[in-house]
Design a binder for this molecule. Structure first.
Ligand code: NAD
Length: 332
């Protein structure tokens, strides 16, 4: 198959190299000239085991090419992967401007039908919004498919070929099958679902991993107080298969944007086209906010910037009134 990767950063480059290695013809596009020059010479702009080896191999076999111009390659490929950044804004929510800029570019440039695969991490409702933008192009038909990325930096190439799961969210079974088919040589459990579910799987996964880290840190605090050994507590807990030993290493807390964004999804904005998930007095009182107990767990853990707003709310007059009325969130 012929594929264009839009945004050749960490995710885009690893995805492009991986898909080329699977036998597809891949064009990787980026707006940064130095990056494209570097890549065309077979040099990876960051270190990942096996990345440069596969990069050189697939350039040589002509399955992998790099370009600064989306216009030049878009109409010779059927699949377009959006892999641009979605950095956190001052309020913690994802900046979707790069994603929507790419959607506008596709709308303006595409002359034939395309399957648009969204790999960037985006809040619930974003894939549907991209489809609305693309629908303004009356010359082509577009199917927007969510395919979130779960790679771990430092093991990105290994994870591409040995992923735990491939999540594909679509409103169209044929498009979902076509995207899953691109990865058919990868032995991952395939989860074919709706776009909203796929978007939420990514955010919920990040939030859950952040929770595990915060949880073991809280247990570490308790260990300090009672003279217990947190490494042994984690070992004893992790041997239970329902818990598992991963992400149970006590430390200074989680960092980077990804987990913070995951935690933040609990405050999805109404304009993302989804149900608002903010803990309002009403939703807590009438019980339509079931995630509040889950939030309670990590607000009890070491606060990070990402959950500070929530803690502030709990400590506010309104929050405390609800705490007293409803009987939980006893933050000290
Ligand atoms: N890095 C990770 O470990 C990881 C893991 C899972 C998911 N993600 C998600 O994947 C997405 C991409 O992350 P990343 O780390 O690869 O980001 P990155 O910043 O490394 O790469 C993004 C690239 O997109 C390019 N770009 C921006 N606008 C463009 C345009 N209009 N046309 C072409 N290229 C354009 C940028 O120049 C940059 O090279 C984000 O949403 C991120 O949250 C990242």
């Amino acid at each position: 198959m012929k594929i264009t990767i839009i945004g050749t950063g960490y995710v885009g480059l690893v995805t492009g190299v991986g898909l080329a290695e699977l036998g597809h013809t891949v064009y990787c596009v980026d707006t940064i000239k130095e990056k494209i020059d570097f890549l065309q010479k077979g040099q990876a702009p960051f270190y990942e085991p096996d990345l440069e080896k596969l990069l050189k191999k697939n350039i040589k076999s002509k399955r992998l090419r790099f370009s600064l111009s989306l216009a030049e390659v878009i109409n010779s490929t059927e699949f377009l992967f959006i892999c641009v950044g979605t950095p956190p804004q001052a309020d913690g929510s994802a900046d979707l401007s790069y994603v929507y800029t790419v959607a506008e570019q596709i709308k303006n440039l595409a002359r034939s039908s395309k399957i648009v695969v969204v790999k960037s991490t985006v809040p619930v409702g974003t894939n549907a919004k991209i489809e609305t933008i693309l629908a303004k192009n009356k010359k082509a038909k577009f199917s927007v498919v969510s395919c979130p990325e779960f790679l771990r930096e430092g093991r990105a190439i290994y994870d591409f070929f040995h992923s735990d799961r491939l999540v594909v969210g679509s409103i169209n079974q044929k498009s979902a099958d076509a995207v899953a088919g691109l990865f058919k040589k990868v032995k991952a459990q395939k989860v074919i679902t709706t776009r909203e579910t796929a978007e939420l799987i990514k955010y919920a996964s990040n939030a859950f991993l952040a929770t595990k880290i915060s949880f073991i840190n809280e247990i570490a605090n308790l260990c300090d107080k009672v003279g217990a050994n947190v490494s042994e507590v984690a070992l004893g807990m992790g041997l239970d298969k329902r818990i598992n030993p991963y992400f149970l290493k006590a430390g200074i807390g989680y960092g980077g944007a990804a987990y913070a964004k995951g935690v933040r999804f609990l405050k999805v904005k109404k304009d993302a086209g989804s149900t608002a998930y903010e803990p309002t007095a009403e939703s807590v009182k009438n019980g339509s906010y079931p995630i509040s107990r889950f939030l309670y767990m990590y607000t009890c853990s070491r606060p990070t910037g990402a959950i500070k707003d929530y803690i502030d709310w709990v400590l506010s007059e309104e929050g405390q009134k609800i705490v007293n009325d409803v009987g939980y969130f006893p933050i000290r």
